[in-house]
Design a protein around this ligand. Structure first.
Ligand SMILES: Cc1cc2nc3c(=O)[nH]c(=O)nc-3n(C[C@H](O)[C@H](O)[C@H](O)COP(=O)(O)OP(=O)(O)OC[C@H]3O[C@@H](n4cnc5c(N)ncnc54)[C@H](O)[C@@H]3O)c2cc1C
Length: 483
C-alpha cells in the first residue's frame, strides 16, 4: 500500500512540476505584457479664469486616490486658483472604512503606479508583504496544480511583483494622506440632478459642480445619470470568515495556507484563504448558486455560527478534512453575493459627469484587479484634470479622453476576470481552469491557440490530460493518507 502511494506521489510530482512552470509563466507573462498607458503631464500652471469645482462621491480606494494625486500634483498652484475638490462619503466616519477585513495585492502598472504618483510608495513599503505573493491553486483533495513561491521570480522592486497589503491599512494610508477632515462623512447620495447638484438621504443638496465623479462603488448613485445599465448577479455568492492566530492555535492549517493565498476549487465551489498582515487568515467560501442562497442560509442560521457551520460542512462534505476543519475553527462569519457589469459596458460622454472604480466597471474579485483598476482610474482621472489645468485644454475634453482610454483598458481586465470566474467554477475545475489558462499564456505571447497552425497542435488536450493525471493521482493519494 505504502509503495503504491509513493509511486503515485512520484508521478504526481513530475506532472505537477510541468504545471508549476505553466502557472508561473502565465502570471509573469501577464504582468510583463501590461504597459503603462498614461502618465501625469509635466507641471506648469498658466493662469486660470475660474478654477473648477469637483465633487467626488465615495471615499473608497478610487475616490481617495484621485483626491490624493490631485493634492500632490497641484500643491504648487496658487491656492486661489486651485480646483476645489470635495469627497462625500456615505459612512459616518473613517472607522467603518478601515474596519474592512481583507488583503489586496497591488500591481505594477495600476495600484503601485498610483501609490507612486500619490507619493505614498514609501509608506506603502512599510506595510507591504512580499511573502504574501505565495499562491497555491489546488482542488478539494488538496492536490496542488500551481504553487508560486514568493521571492522566486518575484523580487521587491522588480516589475512583476505584486506585494500584498491589508485593505484596512491601505485605506488608513490614503485617508491620512488626504486628511479625514477633507471628507464630508455621513452623506449618502440618493440622486444627481441634471444641473449637477447632489441630493443626499438627509435632505441636503450640494452644488452645482463643474464635475461630479461617481466613485461610489457597486450601487453607485451617480451612474444612473450616465447609463441605465446596472450591475447584475454574477452567479456566485458565499460566505467569509476569519481564523484567528492560526500559527499558534492551528499550526497545520497555517502551514497548509502558507504566507500568501491558497485557492481550492472543485464542483462549482471554492475555498479561498488569504493571510492577513496580523497573521490571521481570511477565508472565502464561494458557491455557484442562486442570488439569494447566501442570505437564505444566513436567515436560517439566525446568527448561530454552529448552524452556519453545519450548512458549510454539508456543502463541502467531501473536501479534504483539514479544509473542512477551517469551518470549525472560523469565526466572524458574513455573507455576500457578487455582482458585475457587462464586459465592454460604456456610456455616452456627458458634460460634467464621470465614473471611476467599481461604479464604472464592477467585476468579481476573481482576478484581484478591482481595487487596482480603481486606483489606476484615480491616477488617470487626476492626470486628465491636471492636463486641463496645465495645457490649456477644456476639462470636458480631458475627461472624455480619460473615459475613452479607461473603456479600452478595462475591457481586457473584465474579460480576464470573467474567464477566471467561469474557469474556477466549472464542474471540472481546477482541471478545466488550468486548460483555460493556456489561452491566457498564448494571448500574452500574442498567439491564438484556436487559430492557424496552432489550432492543429493539441496543446489544450495535452494540458487537460496532464492536469487530469495530477488530480486523479491526488485523489488516490488522499485515499491512502490520513490528513
Ligand atoms: C471579496 C472581495 C475581494 C476582493 N479582492 C480584491 C483584490 O484582491 N484585489 C483587488 O484589486 N480588488 C479586490 N476586490 C475588489 C475591490 O474591493 C474593489 O474593486 C474596490 O474596492 C473598488 O474601489 P472603489 O473605490 O471603486 O469602490 P468601493 O471600495 O466600493 O468604495 C466606494 C465608496 O463609496 C461609498 N458609497 C457607496 N454608496 C454611496 C452613496 N450612495 N453615497 C456616498 N458614498 C457612497 C462607500 O461607502 C465606499 O466608501 C475585492 C472585492 C471583493 C468583494
Amino acid at each position: 500500500m505504502r509503495g503504491k502511494s509513493q509511486s503515485l506521489a512520484c508521478v504526481q510530482k513530475q506532472v505537477k512540476y510541468m504545471f508549476l512552470q505553466i502557472g508561473s509563466l502565465a502570471a509573469i507573462l501577464f504582468c510583463c505584457t501590461r504597459k503603462s498607458r498614461a502618465s501625469l503631464p509635466v507641471m506648469g500652471f498658466p493662469p486660470l479664469s475660474s478654477p473648477p469645482s469637483i465633487a467626488i462621491v465615495g471615499g473608497g480606494p478610487a475616490g481617495l486616490t484621485l483626491m490624493r494625486i490631485l493634492d500632490v500634483h497641484l500643491r504648487d498652484i496658487d491656492p486661489l486658483r486651485n480646483p476645489k475638490v470635495t469627497i462625500f462619503e456615505r459612512d459616518a466616519n473613517q472607522h467603518s472604512q478601515t474596519d474592512q477585513i481583507g488583503t489586496l495585492d497591488l500591481h505594477t502598472y495600476t495600484g503601485l503606479a498610483a501609490m507612486k504618483a500619490a507619493e505614498l510608495f514609501e509608506e506603502f513599503q512599510k506595510h507591504a508583504r512580499y511573502d504574501g505573493e505565495e499562491l497555491v491553486i489546488a482542488d478539494k483533495n488538496g492536490t496542488e496544480l500551481v504553487h508560486m513561491h514568493a521571492g522566486k521570480g518575484t523580487t521587491p522592486g522588480v516589475e512583476a511583483t505584486r506585494p500584498e497589503i491589508d485593505r484596512a491599512t491601505l485605506m488608513d494610508i490614503l485617508l491620512a494622506s488626504v486628511g479625514t477632515h477633507r471628507i464630508i462623512w455621513g452623506k449618502k447620495l440618493t440622486s444627481v440632478t441634471e444641473d449637477k447638484k447632489l441630493c443626499f438621504a438627509d435632505g441636503s443638496i450640494f452644488g452645482p459642480y463643474d464635475l461630479i465623479v461617481g466613485a461610489d462603488g457597486t450601487w453607485g448613485k451617480v451612474r444612473p445619470i450616465l447609463t441605465s445599465v446596472r450591475p447584475r448577479y454574477s452567479g456566485i455568492c458565499g460566505f467569509e470568515s476569519l481564523i484567528v492566530d492560526p500559527d499558534i492555535k492551528h499550526p497545520a492549517i497555517a502551514k497548509l495556507f502558507g504566507r500568501g493565498a491558497y485557492f481550492a476549487f472543485s464542483d462549482g465551489k471554492a475555498m479561498m484563504a488569504h493571510r492577513l498582515g496580523s497573521g490571521n487568515i481570511k477565508l472565502n467560501y464561494w458557491i455557484k448558486s442562486n442570488e439569494s442562497f447566501h442570505s437564505d442560509v444566513m436567515k436560517q442560521s439566525d446568527g448561530q455560527d454552529d448552524v452556519l457551520r453545519d450548512t458549510l460542512h454539508d456543502l463541502y462534505t467531501d473536501w479534504l478534512p483539514i479544509l473542512r476543519k477551517c469551518i470549525d475553527v472560523s469565526q466572524r462569519f458574513k455573507s455576500r453575493a457578487l455582482y458585475e457589469l457587462p464586459i465592454g459596458d460604456r456610456w455616452d460622454h456627458r458634460l460634467g459627469f464621470t465614473l471611476m472604480g467599481d461604479s464604472a466597471h464592477l467585476m468579481t474579485p476573481f482576478s484581484g484587479k478591482g481595487a487596482n483598476a480603481a486606483m489606476r482610474d484615480g491616477l488617470d482621472l487626476a492626470g486628465a484634470v491636471i492636463e486641463s489645468l496645465t495645457q490649456d485644454k477644456s476639462l470636458d475634453e480631458c475627461i472624455k479622453s480619460y473615459e475613452e482610454q479607461m473603456f479600452m483598458k478595462i475591457e481586457e481586465v473584465q474579460s480576464l476576470t470573467m474567464m477566471n470566474k467561469q474557469g474556477m467554477f466549472r464542474d471540472d475545475a481546477p482541471v478545466g481552469f488550468m486548460v483555460d489558462m493556456m489561452d491566457v499564456i498564448a494571448k500574452a505571447k500574442g498567439k491564438d491557440l484556436n487559430k492557424g497552425v496552432l489550432a492543429w497542435i493539441p496543446v489544450k488536450k495535452m494540458a487537460r490530460l496532464v492536469a487530469w493525471v495530477i488530480v486523479t493521482a491526488g485523489a488516490w493519494k488522499r485515499r491512502f493518507t490520513v490528513l
